[in-house]
Design a binder for this molecule. Structure first.
Ligand SMILES: Nc1ncnc2c1ncn2[C@@H]1O[C@H](COP(=O)(O)OP(=O)(O)O)[C@@H](O)[C@H]1O
Ligand SMILES: [Mg+2]
Length: 304
């Protein structure tokens, strides 16, 4: 049990995930709300970790949106930096092998809305990948009828390296090394890192959904446009929209989140003339904590 001064008491549970910056634990508050506690890893000096924590907390405070994970609290306890966030079922990387193309428009609509909101603020997320997109479940605890859900939606999280677009340097800006976009490798040839970097990463995210695994590319393949060609050769109506987001040159890439969504939406209408293609319910296996209990079907929300 840990307390944040007089303002909050939290019960820390099992370790459920880790990234480059944090260890994440299941957590509940005194109301038994399902939360997670992200504890920043002690990388660097105390002041380095403090700066990292302050930046992530400031981003989460500024960027409240239904498709961005909600921060409940943040505090320092025993020289460790905590961020308390709503608990989601899974990050998308955990379920990629079990999902398919029918999820693409639902993930795209939610993640691109989160990105549009972040970009409107003048920020760039810089870290869009399946480990930072969360599957969230909303249950109707009153009616409990089949039609009442539970419903899945998608939330973008981990705003740890999200920064103002104007502050981003051409070289040396922090990006995940395993998914460096062309503009991070050779800005002179491909353009500057900015909001279109998030568009590129959203393209890679959807390509990974189509392939059922996180895709890793060598730098030589990235600058040669291998992700674009892979999307282009997909036997899917979404292939073109994803390929346009993956153009190696920033200026020829899909420019905005809304434009990207419109292209996905056009493909969706082509798929189902009514524009109402509903994915089949997926068996995602047992969630970390499933408020609906095992055996109750889950549905993804219609994106119309
Ligand atoms: N709100 C959450 N709900 C469920 N799992 C989470 C949540 N936040 C983080 N996780 C798990 O912990 C992992 C690391 O969290 P993240 O915030 O991405 O940390 P890092 O900054 O170290 O990458 C995620 O990929 C996910 O598996
Ligand atoms: Mg992460």
């Amino acid at each position: 049990m840990i307390t944040n001064g007089g303002s909050g008491t939290y019960f820390i549970g099992a370790h459920i995930g880790a990234g480059s910056y944090g260890d994440v634990y299941e957590c509940t508050d005194e109301w038994s709300n399902a939360l997670v506690a992200k504890v920043l890893k002690p990388a660097g000096t105390f002041e380095d970790v403090q700066r990292q924590w302050e930046a992530e907390v400031a981003n989460l405070v500024n960027m409240r949106h239904p498709n961005i994970t909600y921060m409940h609290d943040a505090f320092v306890h025993d020289n460790c930096f905590y961020i308390i966030v709503e608990k989601c079922l899974y990050s998308l990387d955990r379920v990629l092998p079990k999902i398919d193309e029918t999820w693409v428009p639902h993930i795209a609509r939610d993640v691109l809305q989160a990105l549009a909101f972040i970009h409107r603020f003048g920020y760039v997320h810089k870290d869009v990948h399946p480990g930072n997109v969360f599957v969230s479940l909303t249950s109707d605890v009153i009616s409990r009828s089949e039609d009442a859900g539970p419903y899945l939606s998608f939330k973008l999280g981990d705003l740890g390296i999200t920064r103002m677009e104007n502050d981003i340097r051409t070289t040396g800006t922090v990006l995940a090394p395993w998914m460096r976009p062309p503009e991070a490798i050779d800005p002179g040839r491909f353009g500057a890192i900015g909001r279109q970097t998030d568009i590129y990463h959203a393209g890679l995210l959807l390509l990974s959904v189509m392939h059922g695994e996180v895709l890793l590319f060598e730098e030589t393949d990235i600058v040669a446009g291998a992700p674009l060609r892979m999307a282009d050769s997909l036997d899917s109506p979404y292939g073109q929209a994803i390929a346009s987001a993956l153009h190696p040159k920033v200026m020829y890439r899909t420019q905005t989140s809304l434009e990207f969504w419109r292209e996905i939406q056009a493909a969706l209408q082509y798929l189902a003339p009514g524009g109402n293609a509903t994915p089949a319910p997926m068996d995602l296996g047992p969630p970390l904590t499933n408020p609906s209990g095992p055996g109750k079907p889950t549905k993804t929300r219609s994106s119309s």
